[in-house]
Design a protein around this ligand. Structure first.
Ligand SMILES: Nc1ncnc2c1ncn2[C@@H]1O[C@H](COP(=O)(O)OP(=O)(O)OP(=O)(O)O)[C@@H](O)[C@H]1O
Length: 395
C-alpha cells in the first residue's frame, strides 16, 4: 500500500513513518508549510524551516521521498480568518480540531490521494478500526489512543466516515515513552525533541495567542457578581417538558453591570475566556476570581469568586442541529431520542457521564455532574467506551 505521512519534524510523525515502513508499505513524506507572511514572523525566528529540516533529515534517514507543500493561503483562509472572526464574536474555537477537519484531512488528504496514495497517516495518538454491518457496509470507528495521557481523539472529533476510511494512526497503539524509545533506538534526530508545535502555531506562539496579538486593546470594566445575587436564588422551576428543563440548564445568563460591582479594569474582553482566572489583576479575595461571562458588546467581563461559583457551573450544554456532527452516522439520534454516553468539551478533560437528547429544534448534552466553564464555540465530543461517536460546537 502507498501511504503518505504528514511529517511535521516532531517525534510522533517520525516514528509513524518508520512503523509504516516496517509494515512493508511504500511511504512518502509531506511537510506542510502553513505560514507565509514575512511581516509577522515573530522574534526573527522561522521555526517552520527548522521543523522542515528535521523532517527532511528523518526522511533521509529512513530513505523515503520527501516534499514540502505550501498550504499557507488555505491555512489563512480556512483557519486564521475563521478563528479571528470567532474571537471577535467572543467565541473560543479549538484550532487543532479545525486544522484536522479543514487542512490535514481535507486539502492535505486530497493532495496525498492525487499523488496516488491509498491512505494518509499522521502521528496522532488515536486509533481507527472498522467492522462490517448487517448490510455489508464497512463502518469506521475512531478510538482513543492507547496512551491515556496522550489520547488525541478529541482533536479528530470532526472527521467523517470518508476521512477515517483513508486515515492511519500507527502510534495510537503505543505510549509516548514507547514512541520516544523507538526513535532513540533507530537514531532519529527527533528522538529527544520536545513536542513539536504542529500546524496551529505561528512562530513560537499558538494561533489563539497570535490572534489575540492582532486584536485591538480597548479598556473595559470587570464586574463582580456575588453568590447571594438574586440571579442564583431562584429554585429550579418544575418543567413538564424535558426540552424546557434542558434549555433552562444550558441557558446563558445575560448579566448586567447593575447585577454586581465594578472591581477593576481589563484591556479587552476578547482577550479572555470563560473560566479564566489568570491575568485579571484583581486582589482582595480569599479565593481566585473566575470569568463567568463576557458581554462583548459593552466590553464587560463578569467574574465570580471561587471555582464552585454558581455562575461557572452548568448541568447541560446546547448544540444547534446545524453544528452537530456524527462520526458514526449510523448512530445519529432521531427527534425525541436520548442516549447515554461519556462526554468531554476540552482536550484532556476526563470523560464525564452524560445523556444526549435530540429534539427537533436543538440537541443537548446533559451531564450527571455540574460542569465548570463551558464556553461557546468549543467542541463537545461524546464516546461509547473507547469510541468517539460524535461532536458539535457549543452554542
Ligand atoms: N507541518 C506539518 N506537516 C505535515 N504534517 C503535520 C504538520 N504538522 C502536524 N502534522 C501532522 O499532524 C500530526 C499531529 O500534529 P500535532 O501538531 O498534534 O503534533 P504532535 O502530536 O506533536 O506530533 P509530532 O511529534 O509528529 O509533531 C503530526 O504527527 C503530523 O503527522
Amino acid at each position: 500500500m502507498k501511504v503518505v505521512v504528514g511529517l511535521s519534524g516532531g517525534v510522533d510523525s517520525s516514528v509513524t513513518a518508520y512503523l509504516l515502513q516496517q509494515q512493508g508499505h511504500e511511504v512518502v513524506a509531506l511537510f506542510m508549510r502553513n505560514w507565509n507572511d514575512a511581516s509577522v514572523t515573530l522574534e526573527d525566528e522561522c521555526p517552520w524551516i527548522e521543523d522542515s529540516n528535521d523532517a527532511l533529515m528523518v526522511a533521509q534517514k529512513l530513505g523515503i521521498p520527501f516534499q514540502v507543500i505550501d498550504m499557507s493561503d488555505l491555512y489563512k483562509e480556512r483557519i486564521v480568518d475563521y478563528m479571528f472572526d470567532e474571537y471577535q464574536k467572543g467565541r473560543t474555537p479549538n484550532p487543532d480540531v479545525l486544522c484536522n477537519r479543514e487542512v490535514k484531512f481535507d486539502v492535505f488528504m486530497k493532495t496525498a490521494m492525487s499523488l496516488g496514495a491509498d491512505k494518509v497517516a499522521t502521528g496522532h495518538y488515536a486509533r481507527v478500526d472498522s467492522t462490517i454491518d448487517e448490510n455489508g457496509k464497512e463502518i469506521f470507528h475512531l478510538l482513543a489512543g492507547k496512551d491515556n495521557n496522550k489520547d488525541q481523539s478529541y482533536f479528530l472529533c470532526q472527521l467523517s466516515q470518508d476521512q477515517l476510511s483513508k486515515a492511519l494512526f500507527p502510534i495510537g497503539e503505543l505510549t509516548k515513552p514507547q514512541v520516544r524509545e523507538i526513535a532513540k533506538e533507530i537514531g532519529l534526530v527527533t528522538a529527544d525533541k520536545k513536542d513539536s508545535q504542529g500546524l496551529c502555531f505561528i512562530g513560537k506562539v499558538s494561533l489563539p495567542q497570535f490572534l489575540q496579538q492582532q486584536l485591538v486593546p480597548k479598556e473595559g470594566e470587570i464586574v463582580e457578581i456575588f453568590k447571594d445575587s438574586p440571579l442564583f436564588a431562584e429554585e429550579m422551576p418544575e418543567f413538564s417538558l424535558k426540552q424546557e428543563e434542558l434549555e433552562y440548564l444550558s441557558r446563558k445568563i445575560n448579566y448586567k453591570k447593575t447585577d454586581g460591582k465594578v472591581i477593576g479594569k481589563h484591556q479587552g474582553a476578547q482577550f479572555f475566556t470563560i473560566g479564566q482566572s489568570k491575568g485579571l489583576g484583581i486582589g482582595g479575595h480569599k479565593e481566585s476570581c473566575f470569568i463567568i461571562s463576557r458581554d462583548m458588546e459593552n466590553n464587560i467581563l463578569f467574574v465570580g469568586e471561587g471555582h464552585q461559583f454558581p455562575g461557572l457551573l452548568k448541568r447541560a450544554l446546547k448544540i444547534d442541529n446545524s453544528e452537530l456532527h456524527w462520526v458514526r452516522e449510523d448512530l445519529r439520534l432521531k427527534n425525541g431520542e436520548s442516549m447515554e454516553v461519556m462526554a468531554r468539551f476540552r482536550y484532556r478533560q476526563p470523560l464525564q457521564k452524560a445523556t444526549l437528547h435530540q429534539f427537533e429544534e436543538a440537541f443537548y448534552v446533559e451531564f450527571e455532574e455540574p460542569q465548570s466553564a463551558i464556553a461557546e464555540g468549543q467542541f463537545a465530543s461524546w464516546y461509547i467506551g473507547e469510541e468517539l461517536i460524535g461532536s458539535g460546537v457549543i452554542s
